[in-house]
Each structure stands twice: as structure tokens, then as C-alpha cells.
Ligand binder design. Structure first.
Ligand SMILES: [Zn+2]
Length: 535
């Protein structure tokens, strides 16, 4: 059994090593298949055995449910109930339940639960019976469209505290609404100015909405991206006054939107507040796809596809076709992660270039950089590692009292500072001895928020400091847009890749222990993707 130590590892502890890893082992491309993955008949007895162990009442504090595919239908099973469902041609949701036993764990698929912040704080680590699982049928089904989907996908509980992740007080990855919920702010040219509205979207909607806003040319079937799962959110757009010439997107990794919006309202995040005041934001957020994990959802944001369709299934998974473990989210593999994209997957950059062949696009510190003209990770792929400051002390917009004691805060401060240097440099027309035109589309990815919200939990002071620092950093980028004279022709988007939920440090445990003790042959990739019959 191999444990990946990178539940959500946006914080490489050393610069990526060029040529260090054997990249040949992470290049396998496994496109989605027509038939969903299902547990092989010869492994069904093992699956039943594993389910008995995983759903033992003793594990209930940490195992929320287990989800799986039976080929033509899907199942979510808990300690005291289950529900089966299938795709439907007639149901407007695209799915229909076909059976339940005991307590149906997916009865509440609402998107508005535990928002705003006071509601979340009044309901810490909700039990399954009190939680909501937005878009559950769709987000479970999509992952099994990939041939390397797990046999069993274990969903951890809201309360679960991963002891061997350093006992972090903030976590994500599950189906629960607080872990799935990312912020969604859109503002500027071509965007409605409705303020904070009581609605939600999905992260797969971000790319088609940006492309529609820019006026990109759709495919003949009306989609902006091949195999697009998301939809254009027309409810936030107002194109009567014209379209923007530029879109700049910010990603605050792992940011809890309730916390972000509250800090914007209280004056602690003035640049976020500025965008919110001139645009439209979803109070109930934009929902990440399963697994609500970093690389899977960064890629969903940029490609408009669910993880089971773009092929970046998780931070790590098992490729059945080649019998290979694939790790995308590590310091050694980030720059090559997109080698695992399913064939035919397009990015926002792809669609911009299809429409405007001479347009310039930029991807700052974002691993999902397919077809971007400028990408930070291109430097690493070429072996040209940019100069990385050794000491974060004294860097602008850094909270020294957390930089000093926290290794993760310190490293993320350096990385995010470099991100601002790139974005501001490009917008000023010059970065590292190269001149650049103004980007039609620029994506700017910040990592500090995830590090801090993991470490202290989303409601901690270190989390608040990370938002203040990140807010100031996007202020630098927005100021650069103003200096370039492009502010009135620009739209801005701010999202995260998943939410962050406070957990209960008294609720710890590892479901792999009883599985291992039972003698089952299995791999558990990235904590929760169980592959049976392989070791
Ligand atoms: Zn993340």
C-alpha cells in the first residue's frame, strides 16, 4: 500500500527538480471511455469485504460514505443506508434515484447550506445526516467515466482530522458542501453589477463563462470547449455595453468563500471588496467536482470538464492501463501534470487562440497551462528555473509573524510573491528580458491561502492573514492593469479550486488500517481512491 503524503500539497518543499523524476512513468494518457468503470467481477468479493470493513460502525466518525459504480448505475453507501441512481434522459437533472435502503445519504443535495459565515460557524463539522452534498449524482458519476477511476471512493467525514497530515485543522476533498464550495466573484467590463447574490454555480462553469464573455467562437455544437461539462452563466453577464478585451482570473487555492466574503465586507480584503462592489458574486459559491482536490479542480476550472472527463483524476491515482502510479501534485511533477490530460481536452487558452490566432495568453504559477503563450511551468519544463528568493522576510504583503514560524506559510509567500512579479511584469510589458503584449486572458494562481487554511483551519488568524496578504497581491495586479490603461476594458474573475472546512482534532483515524489488517490486496491513492487487487 502506498500512501501519498500530498492530500493537497500546493507547497513543494523544494524547487521542482528538472529531469529528476522519471517522466516516462507519468506520461500515460487514458482518455474517458464510453462505458463507465465498474468493479471487475473477479474483484466483487474483495469489494464486499472492503465495504464491510469501511462501513463498520467503528469507522463512522471518519468514513462519511463510500461511492462506487456498478456500470449502468451508481451507489453511495453508508453505515446505515444507501442510495442507487442512474443517468436519465428524461429527468431534468440528468439523473434519477432507483433505490434506497435505510437512510438515503444523498437526500440533501442543496447548494445553499452553511452560508454565510455565521451559518457555517454555528454548524461545525456537520454529521452526514445534517450535511448537504451539492450535485451529488453528477459529481459522483463523472469520476467513473474514466478507466482509471477507483473501484471504491471513500468520502471522509466533515469532522475527520488527518493525524498524519500534521493534524491540520482545515480539510477538503469530500462531497460535503463546505469542502466543495469555492468563492465565485466576477467583475468589470461585460459583467452585471448585482453584488452578492444568493445563488451558486460550479467550477466547470468558469471557463465557458469567460469565453462567452470574451466573445470567443464556439464549436458548431455551441460549446466553447470540447467535451464541456459546464455552462455559460448568463445570469452574471451584461453584454449590452460591450465585451472586455481582456479577462484576468485569480485563483486563491483552498479559500473558504464564507470567510473571504466576510473579510471583504469588514474591510480586511479591500481589493476583493472592490471587485465584489463592481460585479456579481455567488454567496453560495461555485462547487468543485469530486474529488474536491487541487489538481483535479484547477484543471476543471481551466478546461470546463469534470475530472473524470479531463483525466486529472486526483493529486495521485493508479493508471490501470499501464499499471503505474501517477502523481501529479508534487514538487517533482507539477510542471508535467498536464501530460496526463485526456486526448482532445481544450483549455481557455486553446479556445482563445482558436478565435484570435494572434492573441497572447498567460498562465502564472498555474499547472493547468495547456496552450498558454506564457506559462511559469514552461520555464521548469525547459530547465530554466526562475530565481527563487531564499528568504521571505521582508517580501511585500507578507505577514511576518506567520512567515517566521510556519514553513508552509513561508514557502507559499515566496511562491506567491514570484507570481505577482510575473503578472505585474507581463502587464507592464516586460518580464525577465522579454517583452509582452497585454494578455487577452491571464490566469494568476495563488497558493498561500490553501497552506494557511489547512494549517489553522478556515476560521483561524493564520487563514485571515493569508487572505489579507493575497488580497494585497491581487491589488498589485489590478494596479498594473490600471497603469496599462486597460482597466475599463478588463473583466476579473476570482475563484478557488475547492473549499476548506474546519475539522475536529479529536476525530482521527485511518480506514486503511483495518483494510490492511484483513489481508486485502489494494492501493489507496491520495487517501480515498481504492484500487482492489493491486498492490
Ligand atoms: Zn487546492
Amino acid at each position: 500500500m502506498v500512501h501519498i503524503i500530498l492530500w493537497s500539497q500546493e507547497r513543494p518543499q523544494s524547487p521542482p527538480e528538472i529531469g529528476g523524476p522519471d517522466l516516462g512513468t507519468i506520461l500515460a494518457v487514458t482518455p474517458p471511455t464510453a462505458a463507465p468503470h465498474r468493479i471487475a467481477p473477479e474483484l466483487e468479493a474483495d469489494a464486499a469485504h472492503a465495504l464491510d470493513l469501511l462501513l463498520d460502525p467503528a469507522l463512522e466518525p471518519v468514513v462519511d460514505m463510500v461511492v462506487m459504480s456498478h456500470g449502468d448505475h451508481y451507489e453511495a453507501r453508508t453505515h446505515d443506508g444507501s442510495v442507487t441512481f442512474r443517468r436519465s434522459e428524461t429527468d431534468p437533472t440528468g439523473y434519477e434515484p432507483i433505490g434506497a435502503t435505510g437512510v438515503d445519504p444523498l437526500t440533501d443535495q442543496s447548494t445553499e447550506k452553511f452560508a454565510p459565515l455565521a451559518e457555517e460557524r454555528a454548524n461545525p463539522y456537520p454529521h452526514r445526516t445534517a450535511n448537504a452534498y451539492p450535485h451529488a449524482y453528477d459529481t459522483i458519476a463523472q469520476i467513473f467515466d474514466h478507466p482509471s477511476a477507483p473501484d471504491l471512493c471513500v468520502i471522509h467525514s466533515a469532522a475527520h482530522n488527518w493525524e498524519d497530515q500534521g493534524g491540520h485543522r482545515g480539510e477538503h476533498g469530500s462531497l460535503g458542501v463546505v469542502q466543495a464550495r469555492a468563492p465565485f466573484v466576477i467583475a468589470g467590463k461585460g459583467v452585471r453589477n448585482d453584488g452578492l447574490v444568493a445563488r451558486s454555480g460550479r467550477l466547470v462553469d468558469v471557463a465557458p463563462t469567460i469565453l462567452h464573455l470574451l466573445g470567443a467562437t464556439p464549436h458548431p455544437d455551441g460549446t466553447y470547449l470540447a467535451g464541456q461539462d459546464g455552462e455559460v452563466r448568463l445570469d452574471v453577464l451584461d453584454l449590452d455595453g460591450g465585451r472586455p478585451q481582456h479577462v484576468i482570473g485569480f485563483l486563491f487555492d483552498g479559500t473558504n468563500p464564507n470567510v473571504l466574503y466576510a473579510m471583504a465586507a469588514s474591510g480586511e480584503a479591500p481589493n476583493v471588496a472592490r471587485l465584489m462592489a463592481m460585479g456579481t458574486s455567488y454567496q453560495h459559491g461555485a462547487m468543485a467536482s469530486l474529488p474536491t482536490i487541487t489538481l483535479a479542480n484547477h484543471t476543471s476550472i481551466i478546461t470546463g470538464r469534470h475530472p473524470g472527463h479531463h483525466g486529472i483524476l486526483n493529486n495521485a491515482w493508479w493508471d490501470r492501463a499501464t499499471g503505474t502510479q501517477i502523481i501529479t501534485n508534487s514538487s517533482a511533477t507539477w510542471h508535467a501534470a498536464m501530460d496526463n490530460l485526456a486526448a482532445g481536452t481544450e483549455s481557455i487558452h486553446t479556445a482563445v487562440h482558436r478565435t484570435w490566432s494572434d492573441a497572447f495568453t498567460a498562465s502564472c504559477n498555474e499547472p493547468c497551462d495547456v496552450d498558454a503563450n506564457y506559462s511559469t511551468f514552461d520555464f521548469f519544463r525547459r530547465g530554466e528555473v526562475p530565481p527563487i528568493p531564499n528568504d521571505p522576510i521582508g517580501l511585500p504583503h507578507s505577514t511576518e509573524r506567520f512567515v517566521r514560524p510556519s514553513k508552509d506559510y513561508s514557502w507559499s509567500t515566496i511562491i506567491d510573491h514570484m507570481c505577482v512579479e510575473q503578472a505585474v511584469g507581463i502587464l507592464s510589458g516586460h518580464y525577465r528580458d522579454t517583452t509582452y503584449p497585454l494578455p487577452k486572458f491571464m490566469w494568476v494562481n495563488f497558493t498561500l491561502t490553501d497552506s494557511a487554511m489547512h494549517e489553522g483551519g478556515p476560521h483561524s488568524e493564520i487563514a485571515a492573514a493569508s487572505i489579507r496578504d493575497s488580497d494585497a497581491r491581487i491589488g498589485e495586479v489590478i494596479a498594473a492593469v490600471e497603469r496599462a490603461g486597460a482597466f475599463d476594458d478588463t473583466a476579473f474573475v476570482l475563484v478557488a479550486d475547492h473549499g476548506m472546512e474546519e475539522n475536529d482534532p479529536t476525530v482521527q483515524g485511518d480506514w486503511d488500517v483495518p483494510l490492511k489488517e484483513s489481508g486485502l490486496t489494494f492501493r489507496d491513492e491520495a487517501y480515498g481512491f481504492l484500487y482492489l487487487g493491486v498492490s
